[in-house]
Design a protein around this ligand. Structure first.
Ligand code: SAH
Ligand code: SF4
Length: 354
């Protein structure tokens, strides 16, 4: 048994080719079967009706197709959809589909939970449970296509649960599966990895030839404040992270959650501008969503606008993001899953503002 969905397309092709040759099947069968993994995915081999019956019967045993059954699907009043996927071992993760004009951005998870414990983040509060495999990462996109092939995501962002650069092997494979023409064929510029800056693996991402986009979760303009918000600052500190971004060769986005009275002062906007300008970075300002530490308050709207204006006055391209999916707890930093008492998987409701 081989999990073809866990392999990059070239390896899947090789595994299929060897199996077909062993059975005395002509090589062109590989060209028939391979597109059914990612390009025109099938829910099960029986659905690949273009194949002879003997193959449809033999394939499930040799190459079972991993599915991620949907436990729950919620639709926000703004059209954002949240999916909860059953991972089969009592764990579950979420993906969020965000329609925006012609774009459909799927926000995917890379881990169940997260070990890094950023104080403002709901995923951080649930702790770390396990890494996802490459198949579990890329199949979040595959499953959305299986639900409705007309609604294939145009963009993918690693902004769901988990820290992608602490699961590098799987994320590295999944990036190829998402981008490769024989995979999902999503352009590298439409795939964004969001990270707090795990430096050794950031260097590995930088070495990939494709133009994957990078979003760096900064959230504070000084090491002292960042340390209060993000424990990872102890290990990979702000000066080293900024220096690594300078070597990234591609334009990066800095993510900055605005927390009332904590990091939303105009002086802090000035400090942020001094970091962003030499990098030519875009700055994404995010309203604080509920779900993290209860004592944190979102920045008032007028303050967020003033912060954005101040950055722009420094010549920084800053965008204050709209919150999407808040009513179903699907917005950034709100993803969190808990196991029920009988190890039934259920989504935890935690949209209350405290
Ligand atoms: N672990 C990675 C990717 C997942 S988090 C990272 O931290 O970058 C995705 C984004 O949501 C990050 O930019 C994160 O800082 C942001 N986020 C976390 N909690 C949030 C909250 N309560 N409100 C708004 N954004 C939040
Ligand atoms: Fe983990 Fe990212 Fe949440 Fe921090 S913000 S706890 S790194 S998921």
């Amino acid at each position: 048994m081989t999990d073809l969905l866990g392999l990059v397309p070239e390896s899947a092709r090789a595994a299929l080719g060897a199996w077909l040759a062993e059975r005395g099947e002509p090589p062109y069968r590989t060209r028939q079967i391979l597109p059914r993994l990612w390009q025109r995915p099938v829910a099960s081999w029986e659905d690949a009706t273009e194949l002879p019956e003997r193959l449809r019967r033999a394939l499930p045993e040799a190459f079972p197709l991993r599915r991620l059954p949907v436990v729950a699907r919620q639709v926000s009043s703004d059209g954002t959809e949240k999916y909860l996927w059953d991972l089969g071992d009592g764990e579950a993760v979420e993906s969020v589909l965000i329609p925006e004009g012609k774009r459909r951005t799927l926000c995917i998870s890379s881990q169940v939970g997260c070990a890094l414990g950023c104080v403002f983040c709901a995923t951080g509060r649930m702790g770390f449970r396990r890494n996802l495999s490459a198949a579990e990462i890329a199949c979040q996109v595959r499953e959305v296509i299986l639900q409705d092939s007309e609604r294939k995501p145009t963009n993918v962002v690693f902004m769901g649960m988990g820290e992608p650069l602490l699961n590098w092997e799987a994320v590295n494979t999944a990036l190829t599966q998402l981008n490769h023409p024989e995979g999902l064929g999503i352009g590298a510029r439409h795939i964004t990895v969001s990270t707090v800056g795990i430096l050794p693996n950031l260097a590995k991402l930088a070495q990939r030839p494709e133009q994957f986009r990078l979003a760096l979760s900064l959230h504070a303009p000084t090491p002292e404040l960042r340390h209060e918000l993000m424990p990872i600052e102890k290990k990979y500190g702000l000066p080293a992270v900024i220096a690594a971004l300078g070597r990234f060769r591609r334009r990066v986005t800095l993510e900055y959650v605005l927390i009332g009275g904590t990091n939303d002062g105009l002086e802090q906007a000035d400090q942020l501008a001094r970091l962003a300008r030499p990098l030519g970075a875009l700055v994404n300002l995010l309203p604080l969503h509920p779900g993290g530490a209860p004592d944190l308050a979102p920045s008032p709207r007028a303050q967020m606008l003033a912060f954005e204006r101040r950055l722009r006055r420094h010549g920084i391209e800053a965008v204050l993001r709209r919150s999407r999916g808040l009513d179903i707890s699907a917005a950034c930093g709100q993803l969190r899953v808990e196991l029920g008492p009988r190890r039934n998987v259920r989504a935890q409701e935690h949209a209350r503002v405290e």
